[in-house]
Ligand binder design. Structure first.
Ligand code: PMP
Length: 308
């Protein structure tokens, strides 16, 4: 596991990482109501500036997640924005870094079913993160027998820890079956997403990705990818996707903050394309790398420089 940071942000102040403890009976580490974000800061192409990618969009989603789970974040988005930048600055990161803000209700495990509207504690942890862009070989994916809970079962659209038990079970199953990662169907049997990333396929030059009503996280990288593909003149479709389309696709790839753009080489053992990174996936990977590192002009609000 990654080395701890020097500083962690907790409820309004930077505190030494090793001192940021909670009592074992705290509901915080066991809560079904905790919500979180996963954000990346990239080293800019032109030196050692650190650029946080789509910070405001990630924070917006954190508040949406909290709203849906009926917990109240006692900080304004502006305060959390400053806190993220301050945590990155204080730790002195010069290279790619992962940022993990999360919010969990105050209280004890015995009060697990906490009342709606309860205040929560907010923490921002950070750790060094190595980008796999252009490095990783295509992964092996398998369609999982675990399905994504429907929208009336768990709030898949937001980033709630409760959803990740489902994803973990699917990853464990995938590993047992010799795959790297699962692709989950939704409760209607159509393609939803991966365990930690959204999924897309390419068929005859068109990129197809499940629509947001397919029980997937409203992925920010997914939305970035759709924008970048449109810029590249690649036709895109957001719609319901059948599992057989995965098997017949020319290319399949995952998109997520941590996974970035990850090509899929096999689906349930069927080789996708030539088993490597397909041409459309490669163009997207290039555009994504150039966007997050500030080579290509980013859209307003996409890149936030960490102050020195
Ligand atoms: N789906 C799931 C289940 C995830 O955990 C993630 C990673 N946050 C994604 C999709 C991708 O979302 P994003 O691009 O916003 O990181």
């Amino acid at each position: 596991s990654a080395a701890p940071a020097t500083w962690i942000w907790r409820d309004g102040a930077l505190v030494p990482w090793r001192e940021a403890t909670v009592h074992v009976t705290s509901v915080g580490h066991a809560s079904v109501a905790a919500v979180f974000e996963g954000i990346k800061a990239y080293r800019a192409v032109d030196g050692d500036r650190l650029l946080v990618f789509r910070l405001d969009d990630h924070l917006d989603r954190l508040y949406e997640s909290a709203r849906l789970c009926r917990i109240v974040i006692p900080f304004s988005p502006d305060e959390l924005r400053t806190a993220v930048l301050e945590t990155l600055r204080a730790n002195g990161y010069r290279d790619d870094t992962y940022v993990r803000p999360w919010a969990f209700p105050r209280g004890l495990v015995r009060e697990q079913m906490v009342p709606a509207g309860v205040e929560c504690e907010v923490v921002i942890d950070t750790w060094p993160f190595t980008s796999h862009l252009f490095r990783e070989r295509a992964c092996r994916a398998g369609v999982s027998t675990w399905t994504r809970p429907g929208d009336s079962q768990l709030p898949a659209r937001v980033k709630a820890f409760s959803n990740y038990h489902n994803g973990r079970l699917a990853v464990m199953e995938a590993r047992v079956n010799g795959h790297d990662w699962p692709v989950l169907l939704n409760d209607r049997g159509q393609v939803s997403e991966g365990a930690g990333a959204c999924v897309a396929l390419v068929r005859r030059g068109t990129v197809v990705t499940p629509s947001l009503t397919s029980a997937l996280l409203a992925g920010i990288t997914r939305s970035t990818a759709l924008d970048l593909l449109r810029d590249l003149g690649v036709p895109v479709e957001e719609r319901e996707v059948d599992r057989t389309e995965l098997a017949l696709a020319d290319e399949v790839f995952f998109v997520g903050t941590g996974w970035e753009v990850l090509p899929v080489g096999t689906i349930d053992g069927l080789v996708v394309g030539d088993g490597g990174t397909g041409p459309v996936t490669a163009r997207l990977e290039r555009a994504y790398a150039d966007t997050v590192r500030g080579v290509l002009p980013a859209r307003p609000g996409w890149l936030t420089e960490v102050p020195r």
